[in-house]
Structure formats: structure tokens, C-alpha cells
Design a binder for this molecule. Structure first.
Ligand code: ZN
Length: 486
């Protein structure tokens, strides 16, 4: 009896001791390289880039989900602005034709044995709702309080302008790259990229191109990423979650609401919707997230490092903590949000059919079929049918054991010396997924330091990008383009 009572606590103490010992050993092997001496390029005139970004924002380059309804004039005017503003770049680099509204440039390198690399951003922006609530009109030319304000200033014209500023400065200085660089700015990232990134990737494929690495927008240098962690974390997406919309339909008898044959189609559908959201899918620590937790653990204070470096013991604890914050919870699970619903047009008419749409964000390894099986089991009602509205692309985790990933993280550490670069899983979608067949190293990172408050302005009102971040981003791309010779 004595033995049985003491067996559990002794086992727990032993396991914790093993976890502590592992943490000590793993941390001792890591050398902390913060505060490396930086040798980043000096930006002589920060207002130049800021003025260019503020003007770039004035072009309302909104790609309509019904493509033919897009205001193509805004895209043409934006491209004319870029050609005029970055005249040296457009005359020195080869301009390639991969669709009328895409911008694709090629900067030939001297070293033909090196595989080319590809830098991405997108020209399109999401529409601006509630215009009256914006501090400054969303498509006006505004630099105030150290920020460029307006729709797209962050997502992703900040990145696009930083790439162009870096190219223009290097071309002006007669820099000659060893590696060949491709630059591609798609026109419809916000509506799934079929006319932009998909067309460009298809063009590259027709040219039999492979890339050493691809760098798109993505994670930022996040301040306050994990409480107790004293450093900002530069999160580099090495894979992204899938995105699928599933239509839920229920067909029943319609008629007058004064003599209903309950339950109605809408109420059956309502129960199904509730069941989908009431119980979350299983928490799974995928490769990108496991790599992220390990990297953070190596730099975390000892107490925080113990669970982060010992997932074999603390996975349930990590899952419970992550569950409390929606952004962290989304890293561990396939999520489901019912976003649209429609039934009758009148209060006294029972609809024959009720329809809803659920938006699911799938963990990278998960297929649409597996997700549909999960949904049908959860709903557990034959009267409700689930139909996916599109095909999902499954993202592959990119390699991080490579000189290219090291080049990226070294560049991050030079421009943001206090940051810890880490692999990460992108919970949102990007153009990058279209380029995965062209490279085994597709990374998603936006070189800008942001806290949650700033990040929340993306796709929201009062979007803005600080002049300081614009300079940092320009320095980042200049460093990458010059160091990328290695
Ligand atoms: Zn974007």
C-alpha cells in the first residue's frame, strides 16, 4: 500500500528532474548571440522612402473577388508611379511579362552556378470600410507622428516599397549581385492570388526555374510574443495553414410560419453550426511549432524553458496555455469559424433551404477530406450536407538546416539585434504557397518590429507603418541582397 501511494509523486518528481536536467544541458549548448555588432547600410534620407510609401498608398489597388469588377486603372497608375519613382531599377533590371497587372523583375547575377532567389510582396490591398472612423482618409498621402498612414501602408506596400528602395539604392551605387534575384509583386493576394502569384509561378515553371529560397510577407519581429520572454521574437513562417470554405446546407419543408412543421431548416442548421464551434479539434504540435517552441526555450528564462524544451512531458500544459489566446490557439489546431448564413427573406416565411458557410484553417498536414469527415462526425445530422467551395493547397514545411535559412536569420539579427529569429507556422494565407513547388525553402517574414496593437490595424482601420520600420525593412533587403552573394 505504501508503495502505491508514493509511486505517483515519486514518478512526477523524477520526470520533472529529468526535464530540468535536459533543460540545463540544452541551454548550456546554446550560445546567446544577442547584441552582435551591426554593419547594416546607412539610410541617408529616411523621408525619401516615407514619401514614396505615402504616395503608393494613394492608389486604391483593390482586387475584387469577382476579378472583372477590379478597378484596373488603379493598378496601371500604381505601376506607372513605380516606374517613374524607381527609374534606375526599371532600366537596369529585366522586366518580365507574367500577366498584365503583375510586376516581375530579374536582376542578373555574375555567378551562374548559384541558384536564383526570389523576393515577393503584393500590390493589392483590402478595401477600407468605415471610412469616417479613420483618423486620416485611407487612400490619402499622410505622414504623421512618425508613421505613414493608410490602407496598404503595412500590408503589403510597406514591404514592396522597402524592396524597391533597396534595389534603387544598390543600383544607384552600381552594386552588382553575384546571385541572380527575381522580384515578383502579384496583383490579387487578398483574393487568393489566382491572377497574381499563381500566374507568376506558372510563368517561372515554364522557364524551368528553381529558387534557392523564396521570401514573402509573413511573421514580424513581434514584441511581447510570449510573456516572460525578455526579447522580441522574429517569427519566420516555414509553412502556412490551409484555408477552405465549406457550405452547410439543410433542405426542409418551407411554408407559412403560422403553422410550422418544426424544426425548421434554419434551426437544424443552427444546431449544426453550434456543434462545429462548441468543441475544438485536437491540439497537434506540428513541425514548425515544435521548432518554434524549442528555439524560444533555448533563449527563455529557466522556468519558462523547462516546459518549452520538454514537450514530451508538458504538451498538455502548453496546449492549455495556448488555448487562452486565439492567435496562439490557432497554431495548434485546425480552427473553424461559421462566417455566413442565409435562410428566408421574410419573418413570416419558413425557408425551404438554409445555407451557411464555415471557414476552416487547416493544419498543414490535414486534407480537405479529413476535415470534412471531422465536420460530419461533429455535426452528426444526416439532414445537413457539407460541400467544400474550393480546393485547398497543402503547405509543406520548408527546410531550416541550410545556408539560406542561416543567411535569413543572420540578416534578421543584424538589423534587429535584440530579436530571436525562430521558425513558425503562419496561421494566415500568403502568396508564398503558390511558389512551394519551385523551391524547398519558402519563407514568410516581414522585416518590421510590431506589437499586437500595431498588428491589429492590419485589414482594420487606421492601418499604418512607422518610418522607422520602413528604414529597417529597407536596410534588411539591402543587407540580404548584398550578403546573398554568399
Ligand atoms: Zn498581405
Amino acid at each position: 500500500m505504501f508503495h502505491i501511494i508514493w509511486f505517483i509523486p515519486i514518478t512526477i518528481v523524477l520526470l520533472i528532474l529529468i526535464a530540468c536536467l535536459r533543460t540545463i544541458i540544452l541551454k548550456a549548448r546554446t550560445k546567446d548571440s544577442h547584441g552582435v555588432t551591426t554593419n547594416i547600410p546607412f539610410i541617408e534620407d529616411p523621408t525619401r522612402a516615407a514619401n514614396h510609401l505615402a504616395e503608393a498608398v494613394t492608389f486604391a489597388t483593390i482586387a475584387a473577388s469577382d476579378w472583372e469588377k477590379t478597378d484596373f486603372t488603379a493598378f496601371r497608375d500604381f505601376q506607372e508611379f513605380l516606374k517613374k519613382t524607381y527609374a534606375h531599377t526599371f532600366s537596369k533590371l529585366e522586366v518580365l511579362d507574367a500577366g498584365p497587372y503583375n510586376i516581375v523583375l530579374r536582376w542578373a547575377g555574375s555567378e551562374t552556378t548559384l541558384l536564383p532567389a526570389l523576393l515577393l510582396a503584393h500590390q493589392d490591398v483590402v478595401p477600407a470600410a468605415d471610412i469616417k472612423e479613420w483618423t486620416y482618409p485611407p487612400f490619402s498621402n499622410q505622414i504623421k507622428d512618425g508613421y505613414v498612414w493608410g490602407r496598404g501602408s503595412f500590408d503589403a506596400k510597406g514591404q514592396l516599397i522597402a524592396i524597391m528602395e533597396a534595389l534603387e539604392t544598390l543600383v544607384e551605387k552600381s552594386f552588382k549581385p553575384a546571385r541572380t534575384w527575381y522580384i515578383a509583386f502579384g496583383c490579387d493576394e487578398e483574393v487568393r492570388g489566382s491572377h497574381g502569384a499563381a500566374a507568376i509561378a506558372q510563368y517561372f515553371k515554364s522557364q524551368n526555374l528553381r529558387f534557392a529560397f523564396v521570401l514573402d510577407e509573413g511573421g514580424v519581429v513581434a514584441e511581447g510574443f510570449i510573456p516572460m520572454l525578455p526579447h522580441p521574437v522574429a517569427v519566420v513562417g516555414i509553412a502556412e495553414k490551409g484555408d477552405v470554405n465549406v457550405k452547410l446546407t439543410c433542405d426542409r419543408e418551407g411554408g407559412h410560419s403560422s403553422s410550422p412543421n418544426n424544426p425548421t431548416a434554419l434551426s437544424i442548421l443552427g444546431r449544426a453550426m453550434w456543434r462545429l464551434e462548441a468543441k475544438q479539434s485536437r491540439a497537434i504540435i506540428t513541425t514548425p511549432v515544435s521548432l518554434m517552441l524549442t528555439t524560444l526555450g533555448l533563449h527563455a528564462p529557466f522556468l519558462l524553458a523547462i516546459p518549452l524544451l520538454n514537450l514530451w512531458l508538458f504538451k498538455p500544459l502548453i496546449a492549455a496555455i495556448f488555448r487562452k489566446t486565439p492567435a496562439m490557439n490557432a497554431l495548434l489546431r485546425t480552427t473553424c469559424a461559421v462566417t455566413m448564413a442565409q435562410a428566408s427573406d421574410a419573418p413570416n416565411v419558413i425557408a425551404k433551404q438554409a445555407v451557411a458557410v464555415a471557414n476552416l484553417r487547416l493544419l498543414p498536414h490535414q486534407s480537405t477530406e479529413q476535415t470534412l469527415t471531422w465536420m460530419r462526425r461533429r455535426i452528426n445530422d444526416k439532414r445537413v450536407t457539407c460541400t467544400p467551395l474550393e480546393k485547398t493547397m497543402r503547405s509543406q514545411s520548408s527546410s531550416i538546416d541550410s545556408p539560406e535559412f542561416a543567411l535569413l536569420t543572420e540578416t534578421i539579427k543584424e538589423v534587429f539585434p535584440s530579436a530571436i529569429p525562430t521558425p513558425y507556422l503562419m496561421t494566415g494565407g500568403t502568396d508564398a504557397i503558390w511558389y512551394e513547388p519551385l523551391s524547398s525553402q519558402v519563407y514568410r517574414f516581414t522585416p518590421a518590429a510590431m506589437n499586437t496593437g500595431e498588428l491589429n490595424r492590419m485589414h482594420n482601420r487606421d492601418e499604418r507603418f512607422s518610418v522607422e520600420n520602413l528604414c529597417k525593412a529597407t536596410q534588411f533587403y539591402m543587407t540580404l541582397l548584398t550578403r546573398g552573394n554568399a
